[in-house]
Design a protein around this ligand. Structure first.
Ligand code: PLP
Length: 495
């Protein structure tokens, strides 16, 4: 580490990134490359000696070799998946954390980093209208910053599992059952498997068009009752606010009430709002997490829609003790450097997560909240919802298309011919195939990049409007691309 050299190199990198953002509109969103394209252009081994002016040379390679092979997630034409929003201060916060390069696994390992995380998770919780019982300031709960929603699910399942096994005996781990819907992100099943839940004991309760692909409390209870009757033990429910395929919102209040009304209020309820949690910054969307005060934990990814660059998942729990009981590691004398030995109660975040080491994520989130303010974040979310509404109007105005389920937030889907609303017959397969071709054609233009989902047997196109650089003109262009490609595809079909 050399401070003067760091200044010089830092300027090179900052200028490089700024130039990239200046020109990002010009790149095709998705690269036209085939597997192995990069390895073929790079040496087989690392250089044994530092190269001459290595950073400048490497940046040239980034420009010439790497950028042409990237999918440009920050492109204003990127409408696939959910956005990974970036901001100046999100990126610079990452740079600041990388520059300081600390490892705040315990309070003592970096007191200010831990305390900033405590403060900033409460700040974010209040900004999102998260109930008091999940916050430090509420007296019982508290939050942490992890990398991903999958980690949030894993840590909370493990906490629930250990609490339950302490009650019924460890030998009954094979009887534990977890619940979700068939729309829940696959990372939940993955987390459950890692936590030792048997593969056959993850119930993905079926959803339908009738309930808008939300989890029905009645269907959940039916599954719970069947498990109890068979001698199994209901452990955990993952409800989703903003599902990945359609942004459906599971009815959190009703699900919690159904469980407790049936005598199962010991089932740990986790609310996964990876994408849509950000919308709660706007009072008009707070209703989507109505009832979350009855849940045990809640998580959202500020890196998706709140300008905090990758990666950042905020997890709040009502009882941090349940997490630390399961994930705490008290026996390592090396980490006992005195700070937590006194009277004061401190947070040791290593006991809230899987690994010991951790990143200083609080810094960038703190910068985002300070530099944009809650009002700024509201304006950001609202601008996307407004653009999505405009896009929806354009889709509805074209008789060849339909919006298959009510639009939620900034997510729009299914562009498909209206005539046949058939799901699994031949005509249904044909129209699914047309839509698949349409998506392929749209993405091949490089002028828009969307993704797909299959809901209720129907193939739909997902257009998730939520990138930092996306403006109305980009949305209009995306719609033009879809219309043009649909015209070509339908003309071929008619021939
Ligand atoms: N939950 C939902 C609703 C998601 O949409 C996603 C990813 O898009 C995830 C969970 C997984 O998130 P992560 O990659 O942070 O684990």
């Amino acid at each position: 580490l050399d401070a003067d050299e760091f200044r010089r190199q830092g300027r090179l990198v900052v200028d490089f990134i700024a130039e990239y953002y200046d020109r990002i509109d010009d790149y095709p969103v998705r690269p036209a490359v085939s597997p192995g394209f990069l390895a073929r252009q790079l040496p087989e081994t690392a250089p044994s000696q530092p190269e001459h002016d290595a950073l400048a040379a490497a940046l040239r390679d980034v420009r010439d070799l790497i950028l042409p092979g990237l999918t440009h997630w920050q492109s204003p034409h990127h409408f696939a998946h959910f956005a990974a929003t970036a901001s100046n201060v999100g990126a610079l916060g990452e740079a600041l954390a990388a520059g300081l390069n600390i490892n705040p696994f315990t309070w003592a390992a970096s007191p200010a980093a831990t305390e900033l995380e405590v403060v900033v998770t409460d700040w974010l919780g209040k900004a999102l209208h998260v109930p008091e019982n999940l916050l430090f300031s509420g007296g019982g709960g508290g939050g942490t910053l992890l990398g991903t929603s999958c980690e949030a699910m894993l840590c909370t399942i493990v906490a629930a599992r250990d609490r339950k096994l302490a009650e019924i005996g460890e030998e009954r781990i094979g009887d534990l059952v977890v619940y979700c819907s068939d729309q829940t992100h696959f990372s939940f099943q993955k987390a459950a498997r890692i936590a030792g839940i048997r593969k056959g004991n993850c119930r993905a309760v079926a959803t339908s068009w009738e309930t808008g692909f939300t989890l029905s409390p009645k269907a959940l209870l039916a599954a719970v009752h069947a498990d109890v009757a068979a001698g199994r033990v209901p452990l955990f429910l993952c409800a989703t606010v903003g599902t990945t395929p359609t942004a459906a919102v599971d009815p959190v209040r009703e699900l919690c009430a159904a469980l407790s009304g049936a005598g199962h209020d010991d089932v740990w309820v986790h609310v996964d709002a990876a994408y849509a949690g950000a919308a709660c910054v706007c009072p008009e969307f707070r209703n989507v997490i109505e009832g979350v005060e009855a849940a045990d934990s809640f998580s959202t990814n500020p890196h998706k829609w709140l300008l905090a660059n990758m990666d950042c998942c905020a997890l709040w729990v009502t009882r941090p003790h349940a997490l630390t009981e399961a994930l705490g590691t008290d026996h390592d004398v090396i980490l006992k450097d005195g700070a937590a030995d006194g009277e004061a109660v401190v947070v040791d975040y290593k006991d809230w997560q899987v690994a010991l080491s951790r990143r200083f994520r609080a810094l960038k989130l703190w910068l985002v909240l300070r530099c944009h303010g809650v009002d700024g974040l509201r304006a950001f979310v609202r601008s996307h919802v407004r653009m999505a509404k405009a896009f929806e109007d354009m889709v509805r105005d074209d008789a060849r298309f339909e919006v298959p389920v009510p639009r939620q937030f900034a997510l729009l889907l299914r562009l498909r011919e209206k005539k046949q609303r058939c799901h699994d017959d031949d005509a249904g397969r044909v129209i699914n195939e047309l839509n698949r071709k349409l998506l392929e054609a749209v993405n091949a233009t490089g002028r828009a990049y969307m993704s797909c989902a299959v809901v209720g047997g129907v193939y739909v196109l997902r257009c998730a409007i939520g990138n930092s650089l996306t403006e109305e003109r980009h949305v209009q262009e995306a719609w033009r691309v879809v219309q043009e490609q649909a015209t070509v595809i339908l003309a071929v079909v008619k021939r």
